[in-house]
Design a protein around this ligand. Sequence first.
Ligand SMILES: [Zn+2]
Length: 141
Amino acid sequence: MALSLFLCVNYTNVDLRILRIRIIILHELGIVQELISLAEQEILRANFEGRVSEVTVKVGRLSGANPEALRFAFEAVVSQSRLEGASLNILEINPLCKCSKCGSEQEIDEYIFVCPACGSHNILINGGTELNLESLEVEDN
Ligand SMILES: [Zn+2]
């Protein structure tokens, strides 16, 4: 809804930098709402009545989610949820690049197409795309 309203804006009168930030935050807002909804389902399933103090999520560097925007979005909506007052802990996960030619294995922080050690294109990238609810830290009433 918010996004479709947004696309009607006359772009020539908009600061594109601010527009880009807003679009990023809309993207992360959707992700955060999904994570909060998952956490609420887990709380319900566990029949837990206390307070949630911390939410930990794993965010892969290739997931397309921006940690800073996730924090901003979380702060914006958490008070309207069962997780009110909880803080957000983000574990950023680096993908692992494994080279079939030289055997090197190393963590990378962005998508690459050649082995950083030998320049071979024969590489496999593992992980780094996760976006998971990892754990909830809770306090009894
Ligand atoms: Zn290599």
